[in-house]
Design a protein around this ligand. Structure first.
Ligand code: TYD
Length: 212
């Protein structure tokens, strides 16, 4: 297996970007080349799709359209950035990936996880993250953090019940795939969460070394 593919997941305002920056620094200090991508976005085309998805004026957007737009932004990111980087042996940290679609569109919007996987089989080319960190946070806390930072986008402006379904949906996903998805308590300090992430990464790297 080439490269290392990590995704960071969690409700809006769960502190993903802070942890991603710290993890990138950890890899760089070890001399491991690492790129960060964000979803939806990360390529010229995907950023344009992001604009359409998150635009608050697009209030009439059908949920299936939403699912397919996220998947199309992902397909371009996977083809243009993620697979080439992994093939070069780099580490890729993605701020959200297919679990976001499973939770937001599959569970919270009610389209069903199976539908999401069916579509994303093509978008991801079957490449799932090697490890996924879930920053678990009560919905109220995440949205309160976001409100302090900036104006809310189309998804963030959803009702509290939607965000509660998201938070609960993430827990459900982690329970379905406990091997890949590591659930962390996002109310802990930044340092505590970083330490927990590093210990999982070190275990993963020791395992990869042992296989060589
Ligand atoms: P973003 O501003 O990147 O949020 P965050 O900083 O919390 O990651 O906006 C992305 C929004 O899109 C966020 O509300 C989650 C949502 N989303 C989905 O609904 N489905 C998806 O597949 C992805 C990748 C994101």
């Amino acid at each position: 297996m080439k490269g290392l593919f990590i995704s960071m997941e969690g409700p809006d305002g769960s502190g993903k970007s802070t942890q991603i920056d710290l993890l990138k620094k950890y890899f760089n200090d070890k001399g491991i080349e690492c790129i960060i991508t964000r979803e939806p976005g990360g390529t010229n085309i995907s950023e344009k799709v992001r604009g359409i998805i998150l635009d608050k004026n697009n209030s009439e957007m059908d949920y299936m359209t939403e699912l397919l737009l996220y998947a199309s932004a992902r397909a371009q990111l996977v083809a243009e950035v993620i697979i080439p980087a992994l093939n070069e042996g780099k580490c890729v940290i993605s701020d959200r990936f297919v679990d976001s679609s499973a939770v937001y569109q599959g569970i919270a919007r009610g389209l069903g996880i199976e539908t999401v996987y069916e579509v994303n089989k093509y978008a991801t080319r079957g490449r799932f993250p090697d490890k996924t960190f879930l920053l678990d946070l009560p919905a109220e806390a995440g949205i309160a953090r976001k409100k302090k930072q900036a104006e809310l986008d189309r998804l963030e402006s959803e009702k509290l019940e939607f965000h509660q379904r998201v938070a609960e949906g993430y827990r459900e996903m982690a329970a379905r795939d406990p091997e890949r998805i590591v659930k962390l308590d996002a109310t802990k300090t930044v340092e505590e969460i970083h330490e927990a992430i590093i210990s999982v990464i070190e275990e993963l790297m020791n395992f990869a070394d042992a296989l060589r």
